[in-house]
Design a protein around this ligand. Structure first.
Ligand code: GLU
Length: 509
């Protein structure tokens, strides 16, 4: 394998359910790999044991699967660079931390949490420009840059707890390149000596992430904007290891913003506005709290990925509906926006509607049947298919079909008061009785014959056509809504139609 091969990775930490922003990151990596014939790798970054959440890793994999993102290399798929879970690679990182110490790019730090806290407080009181553990401040701390060699050796021998920190250059103009943002300039005096290796024997995110990207021959790092501040350190780590030639190219994706554009889209905002921020439903293992998911809310995965694809990218054309394959084909990093992407919930529903009406009636009926069973309706699948064909234009989600179609199965119990007020005049019950008699004489109870008979009858008697048809609809449906009335009546059948007319006549005052 040459270093030019396109290899990208999605590297989530299993600290909870995967936010839709994370799915978008995975998706863009996936598109990029597919478009250029590369490999998409899933690496689980679980070195922070304090933030580990049981079930989160499984959730991440299930979410990718539901979204249609296939993984080329990962903990379940295996691959040339296995293992793909960082805790299973634990043994591997120490030597890299040691290498940096040997080269002078990292050092031991023995400071206790109390000492670190005291340092921070003191620097705050002094209003120091940088209050972190950095070149300007490390000189007064307990580390292998300030202690003598023998003191350090003694402490290590005695088993004193320590971390390994990066030896940040004191004052250097650093240039990093981002494929979306262009050149990023930073002076290292604003950065700190990040911990690379912790006292629990685990590497931190920074060390493990860079080492693994190198070992796994990652060509492009495509990740969320929240990692942009880490870029200078990562570039310096590549330099310190002497891996500049193998350094991946970086692309930091814009944030996902709340619908009003003011701030990052969080679970709290989404809950308030009534839409999910997670692909699948998630039950918090600690509290039992349930968070809703796109899948369970009735989104089709095709719609879900189409929605996400457009949050931060556009094809540069008017086309909005794209299959996974078309997205991979059309995707390019050049068309990713710099500015944050607002989440538009109405648009999300519109996307689902578009995919819903593209489904066959048979597919829709298959999804709708369990909803009907839940309502105690055991309907003939072919009839359900027919109903789907009638109501699909009116809904964004299959579950909404019940509201649009329940009258096909259950006679209305309540009648829309507005319609009654407007249409149900004193003469209506007698006319509807006549209509009922007329319908009972029909030999063929088809929509067409019902339509013709009603037309002919109401016209010949000079009854108000609109009024009676509306009252008849009220008797069948309970409201003024619904598909073509004769079609509904044919579906219900003669007996049911007559029974509904009499029920309405008897119950509407
Ligand atoms: N483990 C990091 C995360 O949780 C990965 C960031 C990166 O892609 O470098 O998002």
């Amino acid at each position: 394998m040459t270093d030019q091969k396109i290899r990208v990775r999605f590297a989530p930490s299993p600290t909870g359910p995967l936010h839709i922003g994370g799915v978008r990151t995975a998706l863009y990596n996936y598109f990029f790999a597919k478009k250029l014939g590369g490999r998409f790798i899933l690496r689980i970054e679980d070195t922070d044991q304090t933030r580990f959440v049981p079930g989160a890793e499984r959730y991440i994999m299930d979410s990718l699967k539901w979204s249609g993102i296939t993984i080329d290399e990962g903990i379940e798929q295996g691959g040339e660079f296995a293992p793909y879970r960082q805790s299973d690679r634990k043994h591997l990182y120490r030597k890299y931390a040691d290498e940096l110490i040997a080269k002078g790019n990292a050092y031991y730090a023995f400071d206790t949490p109390e000492e670190l806290e005291a340092m921070r407080k003191q620097l705050e009181t002094e209003k120091a420009p940088n209050t972190s553990y950095c070149p300007a401040n490390r000189g007064s701390m307990k580390n292998s840059l300030t202690l003598s060699k023998s003191e350090v050796e003694e402490k290590l021998k005695a088993g004193n707890p320590y971390v390994i920190r990066f030896n940040m250059p004191a004052n250097e103009e650093l240039l990093a390149t981002d494929l979306i943002r262009g050149e990023v300039h930073v002076n290292t005096s604003t950065l700190d000596d990040k911990v690379l290796f912790k006292s629990d024997g685990m590497p931190t995110y920074h060390l493990a992430n860079v080492v693994d990207d190198y070992l796994m021959k990652i060509s492009h790092v495509i990740r969320g904007e929240e990692w942009l501040p880490s870029l200078p350190l990562h570039v310096l780590l590549y330099r310190s290891f002497g891996w500049e030639n193998a350094m991946p190219q970086f692309a930091h994706l814009p944030l996902l913003l709340k619908p009003d554009g003011k701030g990052k889209l969080s679970k709290r905002d989404a809950d308030k506005l009534g839409f999910p921020v997670f692909p699948l439903q998630w039950t918090d293992p600690a509290t039992g709290e349930i968070s809703s998911g796109y899948k369970e809310s009735g989104y089709f995965p095709e719609a879900f990925i189409n929605i996400l694809a457009f949050l931060g990218w556009n094809p540069g054309t008017e086309q909005e509906l794209f299959s996974m394959e078309q997205l991979s084909e059309a995707f390019s990093i050049d068309h990713i926006h710099k500015a944050g992407a607002r989440f538009d919930f109405e648009k999300a529903k519109w996307f689902n509607h578009q995919y819903l009406i593209k489904k066959t009636d048979k597919e829709l009926a298959e999804i709708f049947l369990p909803f009907l069973l839940e309502k105690g309706v055991n309907a003939d699948p072919s009839k359900v298919e027919f109903i789907c064909s009638l109501v699909k234009e009116r809904v964004n989600f299959v579950k909404e079909m019940w509201e649009q179609a329940s009258f096909f199965f259950i006679a209305p119990d309540v009648y829309d008061a507005e319609v009654i007020k407007k249409r149900w005049k004193p003469e209506v019950p007698a006319i509807l009785k006549e209509v009922s008699e007329l319908l009972s004489t029909l030999e063929e109870f088809s929509a067409e014959s019902i339509h013709n008979a009603l037309h002919h009858f109401l016209e010949s008697r000079q009854y108000n056509f609109g009024q009676i048809m509306n009252c008849l609809r009220l008797a069948m449906v309970g409201t003024s809504k619904g598909p073509d009335l004769p079609v509904i009546m044919e579906f219900l059948g003669k007996e049911e139609v007559i029974s509904r007319i009499s029920k309405a006549v008897n119950s509407i005052e």
